[in-house]
Write a protein of this length. Structure first.
Length: 123
């Protein structure tokens, strides 16, 4: 009985000591993480959605990237056949380049979107 009481006592003492021990894990965790966005894709089902893209928001998405990182912007439209249209229209295009040239990529994207809109208006 004395042995059992001694073992129980030692068990609780060891648990108590383990609970009071401070463990510092701050050194082992890297809190300096960087997020990099390398591509973005828009797929819409109306022309108005393409016309209302906020280009400043697109630009801010890629702000954290380094200047020499390659990014890709993709845009697509998938219009189903409607009462006043004769055909269904689906189209997609992508532009790719370095983060430092985001303004050029946005200008190319705008031209491509205008092309998709022109195709839609023809049919």
């Amino acid at each position: 009985m004395k042995k059992l009481a001694t073992l129980v006592f030692l068990f609780f003492v060891s648990i108590g000591i383990a609970q009071n021990r401070d463990i510092s894990i701050n050194e082992s965790i890297n809190t300096n993480t960087a997020v990099k966005v390398t591509s973005m894709s828009y797929k819409v089902d109306s022309v108005k959605e393409l016309e209302n893209i906020d280009w400043n928001e697109v630009k801010t998405i890629f702000e954290t990237n380094k200047a020499d990182e390659v990014i890709k912007l993709s845009f697509g439209i998938d219009l189903k056949k409607s009462e006043n249209k004769k055909v269904s229209i689906a189209g997609k295009f992508s532009v790719e380049g370095k983060s430092e040239n985001i303004d050029d990529l946005i200008n190319k994207s705008k031209k491509g979107i205008n092309g998709l809109i022109k195709i839609y208006k023809q049919y």
